[in-house]
Design a protein around this ligand. Structure first.
Ligand SMILES: [Zn+2]
Length: 222
């Protein structure tokens, strides 16, 4: 760390060039060049919009971090929690980790909902943007007490530690160089590092549904 944003962006661009992602690198370079204009004229500034860009990515992460937090706290009210997944449980591949985590959290919720209907309303949200740190996932469990939620999670998943309440602040808006370049080269915004598990859609017992993500008000972040 300690680099200015411009120096950080330069390193991300170099990384993309080395990996052969020249088109993406050019867009990030154009965004860096346009920065001068952004400060000087009053016109609509051009931005690359890439999740891997030092400026556009930070803006996206901040907005999503805030949006997910609001979504969870408005749904869960008092019944919100943070699950921390320690480093030892994290595989090498950062984007693959997000994919696995998304699946395993949904499976965990769906398994619990087969035993207890109240689990249908449990929702998870998080951004995996600090690969070096333990992952923090926010949870809304509006129909389940803190003790009930904690004991179920701990029983089923000894690696996961639960604490009541949401994380202290928003996620760090700056990704490490290699991770920023990887995310930029995916060209899918922050979707590869975002976890959103909405509540189950149906109240029919023992019917497994794949939550579409469209049945609940979604976080206001774009
Ligand atoms: Zn940009």
């Amino acid at each position: 760390m300690g680099l200015t944003n411009s120096a950080h962006q330069e390193k991300i661009i170099q990384h993309l060039q080395v990996d052969g992602h020249h088109h993406v690198a050019d867009r990030l370079q154009r965004c860096a060049d346009a920065l001068v204009g952004r400060h000087r004229d009053g016109g609509w500034p051009w931005r690359c919009g890439s999740a891997g860009c030092c400026w556009c990515g930070a803006r996206l992460l901040r907005r999503w971090s805030w949006g997910l937090r609001t979504w969870i706290s408005e749904t869960g009210g008092e019944n919100v929690a943070t699950i921390t997944i320690p480093l030892s449980a994290i595989p090498d591949d950062w984007l693959y980790l997000t994919l696995c985590l998304r699946r395993s959290l949904r499976d965990l919720r769906d398994r619990a909902a087969r035993q207890d209907d109240r689990w249908r309303s449990v929702m998870f949200a998080g951004l995996i943007c600090e690969p070096e740190k333990p992952v923090e996932i926010m949870v809304a469990h509006p129909a389940i007490s803190a003790i009930g939620f904690s004991s179920m999670i701990t029983k089923r998943n000894p690696l996961r530690v639960v604490r009541t309440g949401l994380p202290d602040g928003l996620v760090s808006p700056r990704l490490p160089v290699a991770d920023a370049a990887r995310l930029a080269s995916c060209r899918r915004g922050i979707e590869p590092i975002r976890i959103i598990i909405p509540r189950q859609r149906t109240s029919v017992p023992n019917v497994e549904v794949v939550a579409s993500g469209m049945d609940e008000p979604m976080p206001m972040a774009f």
